[in-house]
Design a protein. Sequence first.
Length: 376
Amino acid sequence: MHLPRLTSLLLPLQLAAAAAAAASQPPRGRCNDVDILAGQHVVYSWAASSAPPQELLDLTRQGLVGGVILFGENMDANTTTNVARLKAAYDASPAPGLLRRLTGRRAHFFVSTDQEGGYVRRIAGAEPKLSAKLMGSAPDPAAAGKAGGEGAAAALKQFLHNVNLAPVLDVFREAGDFIDFKERSFGNSSAQVVAAAVPFLAAQQAAGVAGAAKHFPGLGAAPHDANTDLQPVTLTQSLGELRDVDMKPYEAAIAAGIDMVMTSWALYPALDAKYPSGLSRKWVQGELRGRLGFRGVTITDAMEAGAIAPFGDAAATGLLAKKAGMDILLASQRNVTQGDVIRKAIVRGLKSGALDHKEFDAATRRIAEMRSKIVA
């Protein structure tokens, strides 16, 4: 039988012990280290209510789930209790111990949502009540952004969340365009976005809630109906414009210590005419990590998005995203199956050699580092 190759994170002495342990089939109900580690690279979701399905709880207890995303339908009077159940299942699993042994970090369970402000708030009625646009156009945008980040962090922590998939760093071009019509952009200039967005992210991260700057390299030029959730979108700005306008806020956010960057699913032919940003090694490894020097965690937008449907099913696109250099894959289709399909595709990719073990291990270290800083 061909045994799963263990990741290079293990120290030499651990390798010998692990190889001996792997010589026999794992006991029923237990998972191999590679299965557990792959689970830390996927964010799961579920539908209908705040109560996670038994399948998700079982997978979490096995160590196969490192995090979840919740939506408005998951927010009710029982959300805090149910999130606590998931965190307890994770804490009782082999995942925290394995991550500590391999990375030296105590990685907390990742619980996320989108609490941008204004129209986009999964926790209805909670802060930040101002939209990003109103924060950016305030007399003191830095103070408004800081208050927004503090408010977002406080609201999320009440629901035991520790990750906010915000702020949006897109620089909108025209009133009413895709990113502006719900006032998700802080402004129509790079400087205006930076002025409010950086204080927002700094404030929420200081409170122990990770931020995720999105949507790299920028969706600000997308017209009103160019929704990557529904369809492929191509943005034709020159590379010079993308760097001089759209990516300037990322330079500032990276300098301020942003924990995560979420990539766009749009296609940007100026650098890669084949793959959308989140599937593109040119964008992720070349531009974001290479030119901009980002050392934190990369996270995809929704893996069920219509923009990437032409590239295959969840398993195929999951593998492409990992090859591109994405650390965390967002399985936000509101079912547990999607996340599990993606996790198994990662495992197959590691076993077959389709995925590079050193890159996988580096991603695991980044994920553990980020999750060690967020509130438990």
